[in-house]
Design a protein around this ligand. Structure first.
Ligand code: AMP
Length: 565
């Protein structure tokens, strides 16, 4: 663990991507297979591999309790160091450094020992589990030296803060074991376990990486287009002649990947968490499809043949036991892709073929085929957009019929056309107290879009969240303030919001050079990370395309989408 912590410290000390990659590559070469598997997982800033199914669930207060206990520090001392760094890992470093009774001799902390401790902690559930987790934390922190503790805490809170993206780790693995990075990426897409991929890379058997049932993998994503013309322009830019596009309704629910082997059934969310128990009414129809399969689709709240607002579904997700809401907020799943069928991986087949195979399954009841059609030109797309909106859906997802399924990728193979008025996914960078009855909560937020590795502010919003959401966010902001400027708190850029607005304007009030007119928060996007927000480039594209229709379809198509002549 000491070596890993040193490498992490060295990585955070350089901004050069090549230097980071080389530091990691040199380190990986020195490890045994078991250490390699564990180290790579920790280098992604996570205690367990993505898609592994286990979660530590060690809350902030449990870490703090163990830290105070082991370091002998007071609560006030912790508050002070925390405010200075805005990071619990760095606070742990300081407090353990100052601890009065540091052990004289320490047995070196090995990666397998940390892995075993994490496994024990994750395995504790139900009554008494909090105590098991605190005890686990206490043992880890008392065995660790300050630098180890800093990174243990950061791994446990899944926030490494050293500027090492998974893509760079893939490059480091490729360099360490002298294999092409494309092969490493492909294997990682399929098995969603970078540690396992690193071990395979070392032994030269990356070609054996394949999809495995009950090991969820990242979803293929869509790039935003702001007008129907843009959808066609993007595809034309790559090929010589315009192609027809597959067009599906964009359902406003939660993305789901279903794995079934004839007996076991599992539903995974976009964050690769298992959510099977949340949707009991889907189980029967998913099993009735027979076969061994992996399918991709969207679960939405659905009543009287129409989608009901996402907020209703959110209520269900908050419940451990959804049974009392199954009647009032029933759900259905709209399936739109089939990635594996009876031992055969379909991902590399063209979408058209995958969908044919999907429709060969006995879909029906609570598991239906997504509404789909074909568009040959922007005018058709505009009227399909109107029809989808009339059906109560969010817009369209437009897909190239030849596209392969690329896990974790957002590209122009799939495009989303959401609303007449565009929305942006942004991250909150600062929060401040509101006025009147909101004076005691941090209700006014400043948010940013991404510009390369930087975040640039673009606006401020005051409205759109419920009182409960504001309270929850206030608590989070208080715990994740990196700089306290009095009224304004600079916060860790973690909370992703979807904001609606009337138009993008030029402005020098914000770092981006743009501002949003009448921004309002549509929803908190718990399912997205700050890496996935919109970019400054997207903002420029909205600005250029918004024309007179204030941020949505071009004037002509906006009219036709509304059914006007
Ligand atoms: P967004 O969440 O706004 O980035 O939009 C992308 C999301 O749209 C996907 O992750 C899916 O959850 C959702 N979606 C809804 N309908 C479809 C569809 N027919 N095809 C693909 N994704 C869809």
């Amino acid at each position: 663990m000491r070596r890993l912590a040193e490498v992490l410290e060295a990585i955070s000390g350089t901004t050069s991507k090549i230097a980071k990659r080389d530091l990691v590559a040199d380190y990986l070469k020195t490890l045994t297979d078991e250490e390699l598997r564990i180290a790579c997982t920790y280098l992604t800033g996570s205690p367990f591999p993505a898609g592994d199914g286990r979660a530590l669930n060690v809350g902030w207060s449990a870490i703090v309790e163990a830290l105070l206990d082991v370091s002998g520090a007071t609560g006030e001392a912790l508050d002070q160091v925390y405010l200075r760094h805005g990071d619990l890992g760095a606070a742990a470093y300081d407090l353990l450094h100052q601890r009065r009774h540091a052990p004289l001799f320490r047995t070196p902390m090995t990666l397998p020992a940390v892995d075993a401790a994490f496994t024990r902690m994750a395995g504790a559930t139900g009554k008494g589990s909090r105590q098991v987790k605190i005890d686990g934390m206490r043992t880890l922190l008392s065995d660790a030296d300050p630098l180890e503790a800093k990174y243990l805490v950061r791994i446990i809170t899944s926030d490494l803060r050293v500027g090492l993206k998974e893509g760079l780790l893939e490059e480091a693995i490729a360099k360490a074991f002298d294999v092409p990075v494309t092969t490493v990426r492909r294997a990682n897409m399929l098995v969603s376990d970078i540690g396992m991929v690193a071990v395979m890379a070392r032994h030269g058997n990356l070609d054996q990486a394949t999809l495995t049932l009950f090991r969820p993998f990242h979803f293929m994503l869509a790039e935003t287009v702001f007008t129907p013309e843009e959808a066609f322009a993007l595809t034309r830019a790559d090929g010589d002649r315009p192609e027809s596009l597959l067009v599906e309704d964009k359902y406003d629910g939660i993305r789901a990947q279903v794995h079934h082997d004839g007996t076991r059934l599992a539903i995974y969310s976009r964050t690769l968490d298992e959510i099977t128990p949340s949707f009991p009414e889907l189980h029967g129809d998913l099993r009735a499809l027979g076969h061994r399969y992996i399918l991709d689709g969207e679960i939405i709240a659905w009543k009287d043949e129409r989608a009901i607002p996402f907020s209703a579904l959110q209520q269900r997700l908050r419940r451990k036991d959804p049974s009392d809401l199954v009647g009032t907020v029933p759900v259905v799943m709209f399936a739109f892709d089939l990635l594996y069928l009876d031992g055969e991986v379909l991902m590399d087949r063209p979408l058209l073929e995958r969908q044919k195979a999907l429709r060969g399954l006995p879909l029906g009841g609570a598991v239906q085929s997504a509404m789909w059609t074909v568009a040959d030109n922007p005018e058709q797309l505009a009227s399909q957009f109107r029809e989808a909106r009339d059906r109560g859906n969010e817009g369209l997802v437009i897909k190239r019929p030849t596209s392969r399924y690329q896990p974790g990728r957002r590209g122009r193979q799939w495009m989303k056309l959401k609303e007449e008025l565009a929305t942006l996914d942004v991250v909150v960078v600062a929060a401040e107290h509101g006025h009147g009855k909101r004076a005691s909560v941090l209700s006014d937020v400043t948010f940013a879009v991404r510009n390369g590795d930087a975040l640039v502010t673009i606006g401020k919003a005051y409205s759109g969240l419920t009182d409960v959401e504001i309270l929850e966010l206030t608590r989070w902001f208080q715990q994740h303030t990196t700089k306290d400027l009095g009224r304004v708190k600079i916060v860790e850029p973690n909370i992703v919001l979807e904001v609606a607005f009337d138009a993008v304007t030029r402005s020098d009030r914000h770092e981006s050079g743009y501002a949003l007119r009448f921004p309002r928060i549509k929803r908190i996007r718990d399912d997205k990370t700050a890496d996935e927000i919109n970019t400054l480039d997207d903002v420029k594209r909205i600005f250029e395309h918004q024309g007179e229709s204030r941020g949505g379809l071009s004037p002509k198509l906006a009219k036709s989408a509304k059914g006007e002549r």
